[in-house]
Design a protein around this ligand. Structure first.
Ligand SMILES: N[C@@H](CCC(=O)N[C@@H](CS)C(=O)NCC(=O)O)C(=O)O
Length: 225
């Protein structure tokens, strides 16, 4: 089955990155509608009317399949699995699925929040505290990979999609003050992820990394002045 799929997202948004990775990893043909977060939009940017209508929080990512829309990255990843069954990233076995879902939720809560805290942090002590929490989360995630190489079971899964934005922006996080050691197992997982089909679609160029760092460095200066 070939679905008519469009992603409304932007490279700098970690939540859109999850979906973009899964679309490519699963080889789902799709259109990418570049819709920057509000902080990145130019003054003349016009939101597509269907985005205003179908993204209840006004947030990217939003996905369209046919004439149906859904916002919010983890529900979107699940929706893609049920609507486009080829090359799934959710295992069929219920126990194995439950593990993937549990780890997706954990990564969202325990790694994403401190990760965002590192780059939105304005005060050095708060950035350091967020960095410590992030390091603890990455160490736990690294432990999960030690048995099979992947975050939730023997194969690449949606847990990789949820975690992928951390690998994508790690160099940028370090330039923005993340200084804790990265667990060797988590770093090795990052190397493994670089060999996945979906990686090339979400990896940042040096210019994108510079833009990310520059934007958040400017944000800090504005907040501090
Ligand atoms: N829980 C949402 C969070 C999405 C989110 O926070 N997206 C940001 C961009 S990274 C956004 O669209 N913010 C609103 C804005 O920029 O106006 C998800 O997992 O998709």
């Amino acid at each position: 089955m070939t679905a008519d799929v469009a992603l409304y997202g932007h490279w700098i948004c970690p939540f859109a990155t999850r979906v973009q990775f899964a679309l490519h990893q699963r080889r789902i043909a799709h259109e990418l509608i570049d819709l920057p977060p509000s902080a990145v939009r130019g003054p003349d940017f016009e939101l597509p009317p269907e985005f205003i209508e179908h993204s209840p929080q006004g947030e990217i990512p939003m996905l369209r399949i046919g004439d149906r829309y859904l916002a919010d990255s983890i529900p979107i990843l699940e929706w893609m699995e049920s609507e486009v069954p080829d090359q799934p990233l959710l295992p069929l076995d219920e126990t194995a699925r439950a593990l993937v879902r549990e780890r997706m939720a954990w990564i969202d809560r325990s790694a994403f929040r401190p990760m965002v805290g590192v780059y939105y942090g304005t005060e050095p002590d708060r950035i350091a505290r967020a960095g410590e929490k992030l390091a603890d989360a990455l160490a736990q995630m690294g432990k999960w990979t030690e048995e099979t190489g992947w975050l939730a079971g023997p194969d690449v899964s949606l847990a990789e999609a949820v975690a992928m934005p951390i690998h994508v922006r790690m160099a940028g996080l370090e330039r923005l003050g993340y200084s804790a050691d990265i667990s060797p197992s988590f770093a090795a997982h990052g190397e493994r992820c670089r060999s996945l089909h979906g990686w090339a679609a979400v990896a940042w160029s040096a210019e994108q990394c510079d833009e990310f760092v520059g934007r958040f460095a400017a944000y800090r200066r504005e907040r501090r002045d």
